[in-house]
Design a protein around this ligand. Structure first.
Ligand code: PRX
Length: 629
């Protein structure tokens, strides 16, 4: 723990002398096979940033091998199953053995350095084993969240050109079966280059089998050799691809490096959670999201921590589950999303107060703004005012936490992500890129490179440049709106682009719109966000039907189904409004600003409508809105 003054001094040094500062951190947090030639080269002007150029290392070696000398018998992973009677511990030694074996399995199936491996698994230790095994042999993992549909899985497999998929026969969440292998089978009908599917047997149920392609994980592991050397990787060799939604088109494959990413997640994990040796740390995010990558797997394992992986859901078997797990495993640090906090708050305090939670020392929040009510409840009821709350702001693209309190160091303000992490230079600007005065809302941009930042969009550098660096040349565009107060505290309001955060999950409006128009009765669709007391935001869809097609409840169900099949249940529209026409400008652009107001029943001041091609649609939309519950 450092003092506030120490933070300020170190922060200034990290900005004034980034090479000196990050060179020290890289030595402190990571074991290098050979040192770098230059800490930082290039910059945002030419977009040629490179961190630790020439340095050699391996991610799995840093997460495992080096800890074996110190604490081989310490728990690396505590796994808590969906069923409260099922849990298991993998020590660092056991995890190392499993990772080595699986690395050899991957090699046996011809996976080489630089190949992409798709991981579509539930929250079981094999997810961590598969990721680390890829890292060990220099393959690039692309984890796809198990809640994504076959269609979404297919497009991610094709985009990354994966030739191998790791999955499970089925997953279990909240006592419900998730048919993972079935989704893989459907996806692979259109992925001819996938030659191998390795299947973890998570349940006793049998699944259709393709003899030429499918391999049982346990059978392959039982024959695999328990040692595998760690591949020597360059600092800027890619470690993983993770797909995320943007405001336009299909999801982007965010590519992260090995050296810079590892330095950044190790340091942020250590400082933001003030991790102390021997503590149990639990990040409730699924490994399918960046939080799961950086703060369930890489960050904690790099620091030799015990990380808890939870297969289930907050409500099963009761709304006490999170707090029961905390008591059962004596969790010291707990990191979750505001949506879970709000959902559990609604269930009543007694589900919390009947548990002890004495082990808790620090609480974290991530993924969306945490409203003051949820913050206060987390602090007063869950933490009993004993634990600081770290509200951490960051993104898939940033690799690690960018704005967050440091516990015991930063004086907290409920609902603010507070101050930037070391090396991070945020700024709030208007749409022309001019800095705005303190307290005024604007676009959040980042002025200088940091080691955790994405390298590019996989195989689409133009998209990388245009999305993140074109709006404000020389700076990284976050796509978020925020303000900064006179004490330098950042307050993140939410996205400024067409991205919706549903229960903290990032969903592009265009993706939902294209899913809706796949239905043969639909002519056009426009999707906007609506505030939701639990999910933060929900999806509101305006749908125009083809001539002759009548709206009906059945049709609504089919439209919802089309979205679930194209993306997954997380993108389910909460409301569908049938409409005769969408408000378009004379150049044919849908006026989303107007749709947002109509969806939110905020129609007293609709702003400037002079550019509308047909102003009469507005009255019709407002009238139709009344029919939507
Ligand atoms: O809008 C911000 C919101 O989540 C977005 C990034 O989403 P994703 O890439 O899925 O990563 C989520 C986990 C890091 C951001 O652009 N967001 C994230 N954390 C916060 C937040 N909004 C407010 N407060 C936060 N603490």
């Amino acid at each position: 723990m450092i003092t506030t003054q120490q933070y300020q001094e170190d922060y200034h040094r990290s900005i004034d002398d980034p090479e000196g500062f990050w060179g020290e951190q890289a030595k402190k947090f990571i074991t290098w096979f050979s040192p770098w030639e230059k800490v930082l080269s290039g910059g945002f002007d030419q977009l040629d940033v490179r961190w630790f150029q020439g340095g050699k290392l391996n991610a799995a070696y840093n997460c495992l091998d080096r800890h074996l000398e110190i604490h081989p018998e310490q728990a690396a992973i505590i796994w808590e199953g969906d069923d409260p009677n099922e849990s298991k511990i993998l020590t660092y030694q056991a995890l190392y053995d499993q990772v080595c074996r699986f690395s050899n399995v991957l090699k046996q199936y011809d996976v080489k350095k630089g190949d992409r491996v798709c991981i579509y698994l539930p929250m079981i230790p094999e997810a961590a084993i598969a990721m680390l095994a890829c890292a060990r042999i220099g393959a690039i993992h692309s984890v796809v969240f198990g809640g994504f549909s076959a269609e979404a899985l297919k497009s991610r497999i094709l985009d990354a050109d994966c030739q191998i998929v790791i999955t499970a026969n089925e997953g279990i969440r909240g006592h419900k079966i998730v048919p993972l292998k079935q989704q893989v089978d459907i996806a692979l009908q259109e992925c001819p280059r996938v030659r191998t599917v390795i299947v973890v047997k998570r349940t006793a149920n049998s699944v259709p089998w393709n003899q030429e392609r499918d391999v049982w994980y346990h059978e392959a592991m039982s024959k695999a050799h328990p040692h595998c050397p760690a591949e020597v990787m360059d600092a800027d060799d890619p470690l993983f691809i993770l797909y995320t939604s943007g405001s336009t088109g299909k999801p982007k494959g965010i590519l992260h490096s090995t050296g810079g990413y590892l330095v950044y997640v190790a340091m942020t994990h250590q400082l933001v959670f003030d991790y102390r040796p021997g503590e149990v740390y639990w990040c409730s995010a699924d490994v399918g999201w960046v939080t799961g990558h950086s703060y369930s797997i890489y960050g904690p394992l790099l620091n030799g921590a015990t990380t808890l992986l939870f297969e289930g859901v907050p409500h099963y078997p009761t709304p006490s589950r999170y707090w029961d797990v905390i008591d059962k495993h004596k969790v010291n640090i707990f990191y979750t999303a505001p949506t879970a906090i709000r959902a559990l708050r609604r269930e009543g305090d007694h589900w919390v107060t009947r548990t002890s939670r004495q082990s808790l020392r620090i609480l974290g929040s991530v993924g969306e703004p945490i409203n003051p009510e949820a913050w206060e409840w987390y602090y007063h009821i869950v933490a009993e005012k004993r634990c600081p709350i770290v509200d951490t702001w960051w993104q898939t693209e940033t690799g690690g936490i960018m704005i967050s309190p440091l516990p015991g160091t930063t004086p907290l303000k409920p609902d603010s992500a507070t101050w930037p992490f070391f090396g991070i230079v945020p700024m709030i600007v208007d749409d022309q890129g001019n800095p705005v005065p303190d307290g005024k809302m604007g676009n959040l941009i980042i002025k200088k490179p940091w080691p955790g930042m994405m390298q590019t969009v996989y195989r689409d550098r133009d998209r990388f440049v245009n999305t993140y660096f074109k709006p404000f040349p020389g700076c990284y565009t976050t796509g978020d709106q925020a303000h900064c107060d006179v004490e330098g505290y950042y307050w993140i309001a939410g996205r400024s682009d067409d991205v919706i955060k549903v229960s903290g999950h990032r969903i592009g409006t265009q993706e939902v719109e294209s899913a809706l128009i796949q239905h043969q009765g639909v002519s056009e669709a426009a999707v906007v966000a609506m505030p939701d007391p639990i999910k933060g935001q929900s999806i509101y869809a305006f749908v125009t039907l083809k001539t002759g097609i009548q709206p009906s409840d059945q049709l609504k169900k089919e439209c919802v189904q089309a979205v679930r099949e194209t993306i997954g249940p997380i993108a389910t529209p909460e409301h569908i409004q049938w409409t005769e026409g969408l408000p378009k400008t004379r150049s044919g652009k849908i006026m989303r600003r107007l749709l947002r107001k109509i969806a939110n029943n905020d129609v007293s001041d609709l702003g400037d409508l002079t550019t509308l091609a047909d102003p009469s649609v507005v009255d019709a939309l407002i009238k139709e809105r009344r029919n939507v519950k």
